[in-house]
Write a protein that binds this ligand. Structure first.
Ligand SMILES: C[S@@+](CC[C@H](N)C(=O)[O-])C[C@H]1O[C@@H](n2cnc3c(N)ncnc32)[C@H](O)[C@@H]1O
Length: 276
């Protein structure tokens, strides 16, 4: 689930044949994280209405966006590096309509260096929900935007969504452990407690994010999953430069999913750029 080489570990009893390995558990827990809807689907649906398909979602994850976009009638390709995330996306797709199953093609692959056979034909390519930050390094982030440009048809749109923490947010990223939630997982009935610690390094613009999930159910031993991601923050200006370096023309940098203008209090940058 992470683009870095950081460890993803389960730290409790030794894993037995009946125990769930870390990758599927973390894919499942990703969906629990997003039980609180980020509210970005309407943005991608409205841009897909404008561009038409085919649509490419890089880092498709568990299909949270790609499946409903396929349900809406667009031909979608979703690429992800993590087979466990893709398995969850397939399960989501299997529960969807037969039309969506025909419309969505899931591909295992790395954004970095990706060139699908259909490169150059997509009318919309997007990188949602801070995935650019998850790539962890500036050169990787620049390359990801190049990958987007290489897959667009002339006139096609690239959309990138990146978190913009403000000064107060950054002060809080000092390594303290924060309880994020206690939730019951709908599918399993397990109680999941999520805590996280984030440490910001102002020089490298990196944030080391350690997430600890503890899952418990009555009569079963608790399990704990620890995931470490190294994010690299980007400014709206830097995001714009990545797009320009990739040969894209900037149409808009918005500050929220309703595409209102980017301002000093915006907590995200949504870049929309066209391939000439
Ligand atoms: C924050 S999730 C976003 C998932 C989905 N786009 C969404 O909005 O729900 C980030 C996803 O990026 C994937 N990912 C990270 N690095 C990647 C890479 N280099 N190539 C392809 N996928 C990558 C992870 O496996 C994960 O599924």
């Amino acid at each position: 689930m992470t683009a870095t080489d950081e460890p993803v570990t389960a730290i409790d009893e030794p894993v037995t044949a009946t125990d769930e390995p870390a990758a599927p558990a973390l894919a499942r827990l990703y969906d629990l994280d997003l039980a609180e809807d980020p509210g970005d689907l309407d943005l991608y649906l409205s841009i897909a209405r404008r561009t038409g398909g085919p649509v490419l979602e890089l880092a498709v994850g568990t299909g949270r966006l790609a499946v409903p976009i396929a349900e809406a009638g667009y031909e979608v390709t979703g690429v992800d590096i993590d087979p466990a995330m893709l398995d969850r996306a397939r399960q989501r797709l299997a529960a969807g309509s037969p039309a969506a199953r025909r419309q969505l093609n899931l591909v295992e692959g790395d954004i970095l260096g990706l060139r699908l056979p259909a490169a150059g034909t997509f009318n919309l390519c997007f990188l949602a929900l801070n995935t650019l930050l998850l790539l962890g390094r500036q050169d990787a982030q620049r390359e990801a935007v190049r990958t987007m440009a290489a897959h667009l048809a002339p006139g096609g749109l690239a959309v990138v969504d990146a978190w913009l923490p403000d000064a107060d947010d950054l002060v809080r990223l000092d390594g303290r452990i924060v309880l994020e939630y206690v939730r019951t997982e709908p599918d399993t009935g397990l109680t999941i407690t999520k805590a996280a610690s984030a440490q910001h390094d102002a020089v490298s613009q990196q944030v080391t994010l350690t997430t600890i999930y503890e899952q418990s159910s009555q009569g079963a031993p608790a399990r704990r999953w620890v995931q470490v991601d190294r994010l690299r923050l980007v400014s709206a200006d830097e995001l714009t430069r990545f797009a320009e370096d990739a040969g894209l023309e900037i149409e808009q940098v918005a500050g929220s999913y309703d595409l209102s203008a980017l301002g000093p209090t915006s907590d995200r940058a949504i870049l929309i750029a066209t391939r000439p």
